[in-house]
Every structure is written in structure tokens, then in C-alpha cells.
Design a protein around this ligand. Structure first.
Ligand SMILES: C[S@@+](CC[C@H](N)C(=O)[O-])C[C@H]1O[C@@H](n2cnc3c(N)ncnc32)[C@H](O)[C@@H]1O
Length: 285
């Protein structure tokens, strides 16, 4: 058994694999999340920035008199922050647990000449340094599932968001808690959790409790599962490979990611998991 804590494993995973994700990934723009082919989305660039575009729409609703400040929990290489900055004038802080991503993020920010507006730090979003600037909007794209404590994630988010500000989470949620005991669903859910280092696979009911306790009111919920790419030819190949390798996939961090991704595809197509975009507004301090 390894003595590494889960945070260290996640950190090591992204330190080792980010360059590879960016090379093999779907875009030259650094997004480390899935493409969303919603209605009206006509190309891959727009599909990869679908969630970023939803954030831009929310920012327009804020009617802020000053330049809005954003925080990105689990910012990858700051692809979303740079895209949003290219659409609307904002200031922003990206937070990633991986020092490699932090370097790449600040490099990307500099390359786009956004260094006066955007910045990235290496930190755990469940245990943040004090005195960070309060945000008008805080978002987290495909990062929440890694949170070691959902309660700490919401507590930190709530401490950082100004009253009236927004919290946006786009991630995978359990359709129902009872599935964890279901004999068909449970093994696949476990594979997804093991492969993708998932600690917070929560149902909508569970996450609502955390959000309410942290002073948030639900504004909007979109199920994005129908817009994901499922069952592509490459997914069949990956499924075959993970069947052959079985648990051996967990020995290497890249094949571990494929193992988790394959299980996630199964869970999404069976609707045991939904990929959702959820927006809350902070009402209480
Ligand atoms: C799938 S990537 C998504 C990156 C980015 N949001 C995007 O869409 O391109 C997950 C991100 O969560 C970050 N992460 C995971 N656990 C974290 C933690 N406890 N604190 C800060 N960042 C974390 C990883 O470093 C990585 O940047």
C-alpha cells in the first residue's frame, strides 16, 4: 500500500500527465475537460468552451460596477480563465494542486499578455491561504469530484464569494445514492472512483445539503449528459484494452485514467451518473 495521501496522488497524477493530456487532448487551447455538443454548438472549439460561455453569460447578469473578479477551483492550465478574459474584461485567480499545471498556467497567462489581470497559485482548494480577494463568481470545471471533503470545498467557496455572487460547478453527479449498493452499478461506480481518484461522487440531494449549509440558493441546473461524446470508436478500443488489462491498468497513471474513463462512459450511458452544470447564488454570509 502506498503511503501517499489522496491529495498527493492527485497532485502527482496531474504533475505527470498534464503535458500528455495537452498533447493527446482535444484542443490546442489547454482545456482539460470534455466537449459539450449542446444545441447551437457547431465546432469543437465552441464545444470545449460551452461551460466557459455559460459563465460569460452569468457575468453579464451580475451588473457589476467594477471589473468582476473570478476564482477557478481546479484551474488546470488556466484555459477557462484565459478564454473568459478574451470575451469579457475580468480579473481572476486560478487554483490548482499541481505545481506543474501552475507553471504552465502562468506561462499561458503571460503568453496571452493577461498577467496584470490573471494569476494562478498552487494550493488545495479545501485548505486555502487566508486573505484571498473575494470573488463575484467562483467556478469549478471537472474538479469538484476530486475534493477530499465536499464540506470543506463548499465552506472555502462560500468564504470567498461575495453575497449575491455565483458558484458554478460542472461535474459528474450520482443519479441516486442507492446505486452505490446496486449490484450492477456499484462495481462500475467503484472503477470510476478508483481510476479518476474521485472522493466526492455525490447525488444532487447530497450536494444540495452542502450548498444550503454554506449559504447558497440553487439558480439553475442543466443535465449535459446528452451532449457528451459517448461510444465513439476510440471508446470501444479503450474498453477492450481495459478489459484485457483489468486491475493492472491501475499500475500506470495514464492507463488508470483510461480505466476510470471507460467506467465513467458506462455509468453515463446507463444514467447512473449525470454530467451536470449547476449554478448557485450566495445569499447568506
Ligand atoms: C480534470 S482537471 C480540470 C482542469 C480545468 N478545470 C479544465 O477544465 O481545464 C482537474 C483539476 O482539478 C485540480 N484539483 C484536483 N484536486 C484539487 C485540490 N484539492 N485543490 C486544487 N486543485 C485541485 C487538478 O489540479 C486539475 O487542475
Amino acid at each position: 500500500m502506498s503511503n501517499h495521501t489522496l491529495s498527493e496522488k492527485i497532485q502527482g497524477f496531474y504533475n505527470q500527465n498534464t503535458e500528455l493530456f495537452l498533447k493527446l487532448g482535444h484542443s490546442s487551447e489547454g482545456s482539460i475537460h470534455r466537449a459539450i455538443w449542446a444545441y447551437g454548438v457547431s465546432d469543437r472549439h465552441a464545444a470545449l468552451h460551452y461551460v466557459d460561455d455559460q459563465i460569460c453569460k452569468l457575468l453579464l447578469k451580475l451588473h457589476s460596477h467594477s471589473i468582476p473578479h473570478l476564482v477557478d477551483f481546479g484551474c488546470g492550465v488556466a484555459s477557462s480563465l484565459c478564454y473568459i478574459e478574451s470575451q469579457i474584461s475580468v480579473t481572476g485567480l486560478g487554483i490548482t494542486i499541481s505545481e506543474e499545471q501552475c507553471k504552465l498556467a502562468n506561462h499561458r497567462i503571460k503568453k496571452h499578455e493577461y498577467s496584470e489581470k490573471l494569476h494562478c497559485i498552487q494550493a488545495d482548494f479545501c485548505k486555502l491561504p487566508k486573505n484571498l480577494q473575494k470573488a463575484d463568481l467562483l467556478f469549478s470545471i471537472e474538479s469538484f469530484v476530486h475534493a477530499q471533503s465536499a464540506g470543506a470545498f463548499f465552506h472555502q467557496a462560500s468564504s470567498l464569494i461575495k453575497p449575491g455572487g455565483y458558484l458554478v460547478i460542472c461535474d459528474d453527479f450520482l443519479a441516486d445514492e442507492s446505486l452505490l449498493e446496486d449490484e450492477k452499478a456499484a462495481p462500475w461506480l467503484k472503477r470510476f472512483q478508483e481510476g479518476w481518484l474521485v472522493s466526492s461522487l455525490l447525488s444532487h440531494q447530497q450536494i444540495s445539503k452542502y450548498a444550503t449549509m454554506a449559504g447558497f440558493k440553487l439558480m439553475e441546473r442543466q443535465n449535459l449528459t446528452p451532449y457528451l461524446e459517448l461510444n465513439r470508436p476510440r471508446d470501444y478500443l479503450i474498453s477492450l484494452l481495459t478489459k484485457v488489462l483489468g486491475k493492472l491498468s491501475l499500475k500506470n497513471s495514464y492507463s488508470q485514467m483510461l480505466y476510470g474513463g471507460n467506467a465513467l462512459q458506462k455509468c453515463l450511458s446507463k444514467q447512473w451518473i449525470n454530467h451536470e452544470l449547476i449554478v448557485w447564488q450566495k445569499i447568506n454570509d
